[in-house]
Design a protein around this ligand. Sequence first.
Ligand SMILES: [Fe+2]
Length: 256
Amino acid sequence: MSTPPTWHTTPYPLITTPKFTTPAPHDPFTLAATDMALVHNVIIRGLNSIHHQAPYISSLPTAEKLTFIKYCLFWFGFLHAHHTSEEEVMFPKISAAVGVPEVMEVNVTQHADFTPPLLEFKTYLDSLLADPDTFDSNKLISLIEAFAPTLTQHLHDEIPTLLNLRQHGDKIDILRISNEEGEHSMKSMSMTGETCWFMANLDLTYEGGIHKDFPPAPGVIKWWIRSVAWKWNGVCWRWGSCSKDGNPKALSIREL
Ligand SMILES: [Fe+2]
C-alpha cells in the first residue's frame, strides 16, 4: 500500500480511520467515526499544505499571493462550517438520543479552546485581502502554530468519542445523525469555494483506497463540482495537496 506524501502528514499527522483497523468495519459507529476521520484528515492535509507553502509566498507576484490568501480563507471557511454544523446539528441530536446532555461537551469545550487564536488567523488573512503584498510568512506560521496543536488534538480526540457512543447501542441512530450533519455542513458552504477546497485536499487513495467512494454524495454532484464549480476559483486550487480526482499531488511550491 502506498504511503501518503510527507506534506500530507507533516507537521500535523493524519488520523488512522477506525474502518482501517477494526475487525468490524461495517458497524455503524465505526462507519460514522470513519466518515468524521476522513473529513478531519481533509482539514489536516489542508493545514499542512498551508504550513509547507507559506514560507515561499512572499516572493510571488501580488495576484498569486492573493490566490494563496483566498485558499487559506477557504480552509477557515470549511473548518468553521464543520464545527458549526456539529454544534448546531450533530451534538444536540446525539445528546437527545442518549439522554445525556453533556455527552459531547468535551468537544464543544475543545472548540472554544482554539477559537480565539483561530480567529486571529482569520482576521490577519482578511486584512491581507486589501493589500496582499504585506503578506508575512513568519506571521502566518506563528498564527497557525498558536492554534494548530490544540485543533489537531481535538480532531484526533473526536474519533474515539464517537466510537464510545457504541455503549448506548440502539438508542442512537448514529449513521442518520452523521449524514444529517454532513448534509447541513455541505449546504452551508459555497459550492465554488469551500466545497472545491475540500476536493482539493481529499485523498481517495488513502489507506489503500478503501474510502474511494467518499463522500457519500451522488456521482452527478461530484462530477459537477469537479467539472464546473472547480473552475470558478480554479486559480486557488493549485495550493491543494490533491488533484480534483482525489489523487495526491506535489505541492505547487515544494521545499528545496
Ligand atoms: Fe468533527
